[in-house]
Design a binder for this molecule. Structure first.
Ligand code: PLP
Length: 408
């Protein structure tokens, strides 16, 4: 018996390589192997107690009804207040809740992109960006930032990537996968280029903007800081996943011109209807509750970043210093051509990650998933003792690699 065909849309879809690695690591774990994962982007902490209390209360108060498509009134007002704290004024009709930042980005692209429209996705990029663009019929255009340029594109690179077909840019500061943070001046220079391209929607993925290590500027710089007139074509994407330790609750939010939020409401009225009540109550509590735990978490992440960088340095693996989020993106190309003690030849990022997983029981993600096959992504936010163990295994693994010359 043969199956009917899938849609053409899915023919070129790459499943998330991050989830592929995570599943491979889970399978090894299930088989009893003590795998340590530095692969998925989980922030490594649970939300404060008041978040759980709000969730319990929401269960008790369940009305048995559908809820407003935009999101619960408590979540919407908490999100508006949090935007205001960042200096951005939005009204109720300009915000909408979505199924995670990921669901928000996908629906936004669906709402904005026509077949053949170009979307600028600076590389290294979050693995899902180009796939989402392609899924909706768009064409990802990826100006590439090298490690030598601290994984940041220049205004000139952005300018060169803009064509009459450019419909949007996906902008992420600080960045997954590199942890790079565009400074206020660098962001202003990028914003100035965007200001001169009136046909371009600016989708600003701000989901890591609280997680920055510069004590003098506790939130990442934003294109709207220097170019407030971009507001008419800028879309802010937020999520409680990373900031509040709530990736499994799947609550994302969008602030945008009403034209866009109306489009998202129309779209979800025919698809997901609205977010579940309990996660919305929990997210509202996270956004409106005390924020001081964030200092503790960013201090912890900074310590773990430093521990990671120290190991990479000891191995001579070049890695620009991440200034935010919780990822490091070291270059591993110097190791290509070497062989593991088990006889596996490292030819590229994929063979490195596969050998590291099976021979050293450490899961990291190949850089090609993010547009740079000479690198790997390390997510260093997990439990401190697991990070230390994983880094020690990584060190032993890399130090155990031999080149042919070593064997002469
Ligand atoms: N954007 C970026 C850059 C991410 O790294 C992620 C998750 O890893 C997301 C969006 C989506 O996050 P969520 O759907 O959990 O809100």
């Amino acid at each position: 018996m043969s199956n009917p065909a899938l849609s053409e849309r899915l023919a070129s879809l790459q499943p998330s390589p991050i989830i592929v690695v995570v599943n491979a690591a889970r399978a090894l774990k299930a088989a009893g192997k003590p795998v340590v994962s530095l692969s998925i982007g989980v922030p490594g902490f649970l939300p404060p107690a008041h978040v759980y209390e709000a969730a319990h209360k929401a269960v008790d108060a369940d009305s048995g009804d559908y809820l407003p498509g935009r999101g619960s009134p408590a979540l919407i007002s908490a999100f508006i207040a949090s935007l205001q704290q960042r200096g951005f004024t939005y009204t109720e009709t300009e915000v909408v809740a979505q199924v995670g930042g990921k669901g928000a980005l996908f629906n936004l692209l669906l709402a904005l992109i026509n077949s053949g429209d170009e979307v600028i996705v600076p590389a290294p990029y979050w693995a899902s960006y180009p796939e989402m663009v392609k899924l909706v019929g768009g064409v990802p255009v990826c100006p590439t930032a090298t490690a030598a340029n601290h994984y940041k594109i220049t205004p000139a690179q952005l300018q060169a990537a803009i064509t009459p077909n450019t419909k949007a840019i996906l902008w992420n500061n600080p960045s997954n996968p590199t942890g790079m943070l565009y400074t206020a001046a660098e962001t202003a220079a990028i914003a100035a280029v965007l200001a001169a391209a009136p046909q371009v929607w600016v989708i600003s993925d701000d989901i890591y903007d609280h997680l920055v290590f510069d004590k003098s500027a506790p939130r990442a710089a934003h294109v709207l800081d220097s170019q407030p007139q971009l507001r008419d074509r800028t879309i802010l994407v937020q999520s409680v996943s990373k900031t509040y330790g709530m990736p499994g609750w799947r609550v994302g939010m969008v602030a945008a011109p009403k034209l866009v939020t109306d489009a998202l409401l129309a779209l979800t009225s025919q698809s997901t209807t609205h977010l579940p009540a309990v996660p919305m109550a929990a997210a509202a509590a996270a956004l409106s509750g005390p924020q001081d735990f964030l200092h503790t978490q960013t201090a912890r992440l900074l310590g773990q970043r430093n521990e990671t960088l120290a190991v990479l340095q000891s191995l001579n693996l070049p890695c620009p210093t991440p200034e935010g989020a919780f990822y490091a993106f070291p270059q591993i190309a110097p190791l290509f051509g070497k062989t593991t003690p088990a006889g596996t030849k490292i030819t590229d990022d994929l063979s490195f990650c596969t050998a590291l997983l099976h021979e050293a029981l450490v899961a990291v993600v190949p850089g090609s998933a993010f547009g740079d096959g000479g690198a790997i992504r390390i997510s260093y936010a997990g439990k401190p003792e697991e990070l230390t163990e994983a880094l020690s295994r990584l060190k032993t693994f890399v130090q155990g690699l031999r080149s042919l010359a070593d064997e002469d």
